[in-house]
Design a protein around this ligand. Structure first.
Ligand SMILES: [Zn+2]
Length: 468
C-alpha cells in the first residue's frame, strides 16, 4: 500500500496533478488530494504513465546484437542460427538484460518469443521465466516452435528445391508446449505462456491447429510472425495458393487474443480479415528498417480499426531493447507514407498504442494499459527534471519525439516497485553487466557458412543479380 503524491497524469490532451493510492497491487483512488496511505512517494516534477508492452522480442538475441551484417531477414536468420546461444545460463542473463532495458524505457510487460536451445527446450523456458520472476517484469513467454526447417522459409521459385525435414515432429513440438504450459503458465503471478508458432513460413497446418486447440483449452494468447518480408508473401502463395492471412483465418488462429508481429506485406483483403477477427498488429519499426523488410502500413491498419502495439523485436535486428525508441520511430516513420498529416500518429496516440494497445493484444485491456481505478498498478514514473525532458513543454511530446535518456525514475508491476531511482530493486545490475561482459567476446566481420549456403538461392528467387 502506498501513495504517489502530486504527480502529473495525462487527462485527455491535458495534464493534471493528482495523488494516487495503490492498494494490493491495484489503483485504488486518483484525486487532486488524498490522505497518505502507507508509504508516500513524492511525485512532484514527475509524470506517471501506464507501463508499455514490449509486444514482440526474442530475449536471447541480446548475445548477438550489433554483430550481424546488414542482411535481409532470410540471410540474417541463417547467420542468427549459426551463433545462437546454447547455454541456459546465457538465456537467463539475456532475459534479465531484456527485462531491465524494457523497464528502464517505460515497459512493464515483455512478450518474449523465445528461441529454444535444441534438445534443452524446457530448460530454456525455465531460465527465461526465472529471470523474469527475479527482476519482477510481467512476461508473456511464447516458446518459438516450428515443424519445418529454416530453408523452407525461402520460396523455391522454379528451382524445384527440396527441404530437409525439421529435427522434431509436429507432435513433439506440441508436447513441448503442453509441458511448458503445465510447468510455467501462472498468469496471476505475472508469467503467462503463449501459443506462439514461429510463423506461417515455418509451421504446418497441424502445428497451427494444435496451438489453437491448446490456447482454447488453457485460455492462452496466440502470437506469431506474419508477413515480415516480401519473400514470405511469395512463399505463402507458392505453398498454399492463398495469402498467409487467409490461411491463418482458415486455421482459426486469428482472434482478439492473437498478436501478429510485423505485418509488413498485407494486402487490402488481409487487412479486412485482421479487422474482422479483432487481431492485433505488433509494429516493430526498427527491425523492419534494419532488415530492409519494408514499412508496415500502420496508418491503414488504424483507419481499418485494427489494434496496434509496439515491439522492439529481438536485439539482433534492432539492436537494442529501448521501447521509447521503437515508439518514436514507429510513430514518425509513417509521416512519409501519407501526405495527409491528419492521419499521422500523435505522441498521445503513440503512448496509448504502446500501453493500452499492447494490453489489448494480450487480452488484458480491462486490467492494464491505463491509469484507472481498479486496474493493476503497472506504472512508470518519469523524471521531468531530466535534461533530455527540459525545458518544460509537453511531457508526452518530449517523451515520444525527443531522445529521452535515463528518464525512468520508478516502475511498479502489480504494485511492486521493481525500479527505484533508475535502478532495478531486485537484482544487482553491476553483476549482470559483468556477466554479460565476461561471457562474450568482441566479434567482427562475420560471414557464416550458413549464409553462404542460402545466399545464391535467395538472390535467384528474389531476382537479384548473382553475387560475385
Ligand atoms: Zn521476431
Amino acid at each position: 500500500m502506498f501513495t504517489i503524491q502530486n504527480v502529473l497524469i495525462p487527462v485527455g490532451q491535458e495534464y493534471q496533478a493528482v495523488s494516487v493510492h495503490i492498494v494490493e497491487g491495484r489503483i485504488a483512488a486518483i484525486a487532486p488530494t488524498l490522505d497518505i496511505l502507507g508509504t508516500a512517494i513524492d511525485g512532484r516534477n514527475k509524470l506517471l504513465l501506464p507501463g508499455f508492452v514490449n509486444a514482440h522480442t526474442h530475449s536471447s538475441e541480446m548475445w548477438q546484437r550489433g554483430m550481424i551484417p546488414p542482411y535481409p531477414l532470410e540471410l540474417w536468420l541463417a547467420e542468427l542460427y549459426d551463433s545462437t546461444p546454447l547455454d541456459p545460463e546465457q538465456i537467463y542473463l539475456s532475459a534479465l538484460g531484456t527485462a531491465v532495458e524494457t523497464l528502464l524505457t517505460g515497459g512493464t510487460t515483455v512478450v518474449d518469443h523465445l528461441v529454444l536451445i535444441p534438445g534443452r527446450e524446457l530448460e530454456t523456458v525455465a531460465a527465461a521465466v526465472q529471470a523474469y520472476k527475479e527482476v519482477g517484469i510481467r512476461a508473456f513467454v511464447g516458446p518459438l516452435i516450428q515443424d519445418e526447417s529454416l530453408e523452407s522459409g525461402i520460396p523455391c521459385g522454379d528451382t524445384g528445391r527440396k527441404h530437409q525435414p525439421y529435427l522434431r515432429s509436429t507432435e513433439a513440438m506440441l508436447e513441448l508446449l503442453r509441458e511448458a504450459i503445465s510447468q510455467f503458465h501462472r498468469p496471476t503471478e505475472g508469467i503467462s505462456i503463449m501459443a506462439a508458432p514461429t510463423g506461417t513460413q515455418l509451421c504446418s497446418d497441424a502445428l497451427f491447429e494444435g496451438c489453437v486447440e491448446l490456447s482454447d483449452r488453457h485460455d492462452l494468447c496466440r502470437h506469431a510472425h506474419l508477413l515480415e518480408t516480401k519473400a514470405q508473401k511469395l512463399l505463402a502463395y507458392e505453398q498454399y495458393g492463398c495469402s498467409a492471412v487467409e490461411r491463418l483465418k482458415r486455421l482459426e488462429f486469428l482472434s482478439p487474443q492473437t498478436s501478429l508481429a510485423h505485418c509488413v506485406w498485407l494486402d487490402e483483403h488481409d487487412i479486412d480479415l485482421l479487422g474482422d477477427t479483432h487481431s492485433t498488429v505488433v509494429h516493430n519499426p526498427l527491425s523492419n528498417l534494419r532488415l530492409g523488410s519494408g514499412i508496415a502500413p500502420i496508418l491503414k491498419y488504424r483507419q481499418a480499426g485494427i489494434n496496434v502495439a509496439f515491439g522492439c523485436d529481438g536485439a539482433a535486428s534492432n539492436d537494442s531493447q529501448d521501447v521509447l525508441e521503437a515508439i518514436k520511430i514507429g510513430t514518425i516513420l509513417h509521416n512519409v507514407t501519407d501526405l495527409d498529416y491528419t492521419n499521422w500518429i500523435t505522441p498521445h496516440q503513440a503512448i496509448e498504442l504502446a500501453s493500452l494497445g499492447g494490453a489489448t493484444g494480450l487480452g488484458m485491456a480491462s486490467e492494464l494499459g491505463s491509469i484507472e481505478v481498479g486496474k493493476q498498478a503497472d506504472l512508470v514514473l518519469y523524471d521531468l527534471m531530466n535534461l533530455s525532458l527540459l525545458p518544460r513543454t509537453d511531457p508526452i511530446g518530449l517523451l515520444v519525439l525527443g531522445r529521452p535518456t535515463q528518464v525512468v525514475d520508478s516502475v511498479w508491476v502489480k504494485g511492486d516497485r521493481v525500479i527505484a531511482e533508475g535502478k532495478p530493486t531486485r537484482i544487482n545490475l553491476d553483476e549482470l553487466r559483468s556477466q554479460l561482459f565476461n561471457r562474450s567476446q568482441w566479434s567482427v566481420n562475420r560471414k557464416s557458412n550458413a549464409v553462404q549456403q542460402v545466399e545464391d538461392h535467395y538472390r535467384a528467387v528474389m531476382q537479384l543479380p548473382a553475387s560475385e
